[in-house]
Design a protein around this ligand. Sequence first.
Ligand SMILES: Cc1cc2nc3c(=O)[nH]c(=O)nc-3n(C[C@H](O)[C@H](O)[C@H](O)COP(=O)(O)OP(=O)(O)OC[C@H]3O[C@@H](n4cnc5c(N)ncnc54)[C@H](O)[C@@H]3O)c2cc1C
Length: 345
Amino acid sequence: MEVDYIVVGLGLAGLAFTKELDKNNKTYIVFENHSQNSSIVAGGMYNPVVLKRFTPVWNAIDQLKVALPFYQELETQFQNKYNYSVPIYRIFKSVEEQNNWFVASDKPLLKKFMIPKISTEKIAGIEADFGYGVLTNTGRIDTKKLLEDYSNYLKNTKRLLIEDFEYAALAISPSKLDYKNITAKKIVFCEGFGLKQNPFFNYLPMREAKGELLTIYAPSLTIDFLIKAAVFVLPLGNNYYKVGATFNWSDKTKLPTKEGKQELVTKLESFLKVPYKIVDHTAGIRPTVKDRRPLVGVHPKYSNVAILNGLGTRGVLIAPTVAKSLFNYLEKGDTIDAEISITRF
Ligand SMILES: Cc1cc2nc3c(=O)[nH]c(=O)nc-3n(C[C@H](O)[C@H](O)[C@H](O)COP(=O)(O)OP(=O)(O)OC[C@H]3O[C@@H](n4cnc5c(N)ncnc54)[C@H](O)[C@@H]3O)c2cc1C
């Protein structure tokens, strides 16, 4: 089989890159071994404001301009809904936080998202003595549903192999790549935390962060916005909510743990005051990088061996933009922004 590209990994990075290939009529084959599941378990929220400090998220406004049409195109392509508008209610812990909110909401970059008042609306089942700050123009991508549809699309068009990509079987020469019975012009690695097994790129400083999430059923909680306090409570519909997430820098497995669950329950019950039932518990590893920026570029020795990784905690927003950057670099000779280029390491 001869293709323009081999793509390794079908999370948000692999999806965004192959979408770029499709748009440009490139041929490709994708390898996916289900070793990671960050994109599947993710909350899927996009929000251009850092909820701890009320500062702008790095490049988020520009990324949003690329991301929204990107998900819209996928909705049209598969005739399914992935993008849900979800306002965010940030519970204040103090008067000081209320003041910080006012100051931040007056900043030009944040004005469009932060409503400049303290909401004191009573929400049944939620304890919030200092009220809320409300964010609009934020939302959630149903990444699980999107990846299911996308995987089926690739399977039906015979472009997805559910198997391990074996690094040792890749033969690299300047003009082509050979892998078993496949010949390709280029390869792009989009393996998330799987990067650690990749002999070409495992020198890059990934500082992965495991995250755990619960799904709860709370029949008397009826909200259609996300509540953010010690943890977030994200509405999924029909009184189901996702609760998350933990950050753990030492556990490298994608298995849910008793400790993770306990941490989420304790934090949840600090502000949720209605009965609920835990119906699911998942975990994944966020591919975060030492300097919290993506990893985009080609191998220092092989210009046909590329990487798209380091989406960290914000894959939904970042993936479409960085996939475009990598494609334009590989196919049009554009430069990659120094902030995301792997030449910084
Ligand atoms: C608990 C949690 C909550 C999150 N919440 C949000 C959120 O609300 N909003 C947001 O934007 N982001 C969120 N994220 C982060 C987001 O999930 C990541 O930024 C994003 O999913 C990373 O995508 P990726 O494609 O780089 O990696 P992954 O999703 O890990 O995909 C990599 C893929 O490569 C495959 N693979 C690896 N090695 C091989 C190999 N050798 N052969 C074949 N296949 C291979 C893996 O199986 C995997 O499918 C969250 C993450 C977690 C864990």
